[in-house]
Design a protein around this ligand. Structure first.
Ligand code: HOZ
Length: 421
């Protein structure tokens, strides 16, 4: 394992003041062991740590950095805001501009509400679905993660899967009981749940391409069947596109697969590294949100000028690069994932990818869990030693961005081949 003496000292210090020494659990490297590098700065596709190492970064702040670190248009937009004020808690024209740009890219989001994190977006979307339908139950999929919303921490992926936490302490049973979790990609299981509970289901929430159990694509027909069932039983279909939004296509997974959800949550790329997210969808549903309607949701920093300006810069860049951006991401990620050896299953959709340490197909949470965690840990540390920064968990997706050069990709593929041979 890489020796990181300065990081080790910082981690020790951090443990005295923060639980586990980190502000989000997966960062602690618990499932892979060793010490997390402490980051000094980023530039383009690279991270630089306090121990003098540099890494090609495939975490990209867990997804937002589609154009890499310190992307000049975002930096410039932020500088502009610093001259006028960083938070007003009052309406600004910028918020309208961003909401209009979101709607232009994702037409199903007819009305948009800006919030501060993906968790807030999914929490709010669920409340809106319940308020709109007058029903209480939510259907989610095992291994999907929708932030740390009480009722959505049932059979969740990401850190919950990484740390193997079965039931999160502090979530009242009454909240967890409002959620039914079914296997990802199982139309049969979804039909069965609707058969039994259809009259009480407010919403089905899904990562249309799962990223929080590693990357798991939807099987052909899965999203279509979900859409049809929700329409038939008047349940609200929520696409959690916090990870896939603006990543798999300008219009997200819903554009890629041609499915129109009722509500959508977005985050990550829409802030380019600043804390912002949004939920939105059908105008008749969103009209129920306060102050237009009776469903309450609010936030002091919602729509704050820094995050909104970064978002505008990101969406302008995405629009101006057009389909060529996604063609480039597709080609680079395909090159990275080509030539996986026997015994490894590579899942990839666009620029999201995961190397699973199993020779069996990974189509849901159960098959993802069959991956050899010990071998993944060895691979992870091999890559780190070779200057490649991957997510420290088998249950997270990797992200290629527009800042990754062909040389970055070739160096990363070489490092991986070095492990496998
Ligand atoms: N749950 C996040 C990724 N799926 C990780 C958040 C973080 O550690 O920053």
């Amino acid at each position: 394992m890489k020796s990181l003496p300065k990081a080790a000292a910082l981690l020790e210090r951090a443990r005295g003041v923060t639980p586990g020494g980190v502000n989000s659990p997966v960062r602690a490297f618990r499932s892979v062991g060793g010490t997390p590098p402490y980051i000094l700065r980023g530039a383009g596709s690279r991270l630089f740590d306090v121990d003098g190492n540099s890494y090609i970064d495939y975490v990209g702040s867990w997804g937002p950095l589609l154009f890499g670190h310190l992307f000049p248009p975002v930096v410039e937009a932020l500088r502009g805001v610093l001259d006028v004020g960083t938070s007003f808690g009052a309406p600004t024209e910028r918020e309208i501009i961003l909401a209009e740009k979101i709607r232009e890219a994702v037409p199903s989001m007819q009305m948009v509400r800006l919030v501060n994190s993906g968790t807030e977006a999914t929490m709010s979307a669920l409340r809106v679905a319940r308020g709109f339908t007058g029903r209480d139950l939510t259907v989610k999929f095992e291994g999907c993660y929708h932030g740390h919303v009480d009722s959505l921490l049932v059979k969740a992926g990401s850190g919950i899967a990484t740390l193997g936490i079965p039931d999160t302490a502090g979530v009242p049973a009454a909240f967890a009981d409002t959620t039914i979790a079914v296997p990802y990609n199982s139309v049969e299981a979804l039909e069965a749940v609707f058969k039994t509970h259809g009259d009480w289901i407010a919403a089905v929430i899904v990562e249309p391409v799962a990223g929080n159990m590693g990357c798991v694509p939807p099987a052909p027909g899965f999203l279509e069947a979900m859409r049809a069932l929700c329409t038939k039983r008047a349940a609200v279909l929520i696409f959690d596109e916090v990870m896939t939004g603006f990543r798999l296509a300008r219009g997200g997974a819903q554009e890629l697969y041609g499915i129109r959800p009722d509500l959508t949550t977005i985050g990550k790329i829409v802030g380019g590294g600043l804390p912002i997210a949004a939920y939105g969808g059908r105008a008749d549903i969103m009209a129920k949100v306060a102050p237009s309607g009776p469903i309450y949701q609010a936030g002091t920093l919602s729509g704050n000028p820094l995050a909104v300006s970064a978002g505008i810069a990101m969406l302008d860049e995405i629009a101006s690069r057009g389909p060529a951006l996604y063609a480039q991401l597709e080609a680079r990620t395909a090159a990275l994932c080509a030539g996986a050896p026997v015994g490894i299953t590579v899942n990839r959709v666009g620029s999201m990818f995961t190397w699973f340490f199993t020779d069996q197909p990974v189509t849901d949470y159960e098959s993802a869990k069959r991956s050899d965690a010990k071998r993944f840990g060895e691979f992870f540390h091999h890559m780190l030693e070779h200057g490649v920064y991957l997510a420290p968990s088998q249950f997270e997706a990797g992200f290629v961005g527009a800042a990754h050069s062909e040389a970055d990709i070739a160096a990363t593929a070489d490092a991986a081949v070095g492990f496998f041979t």
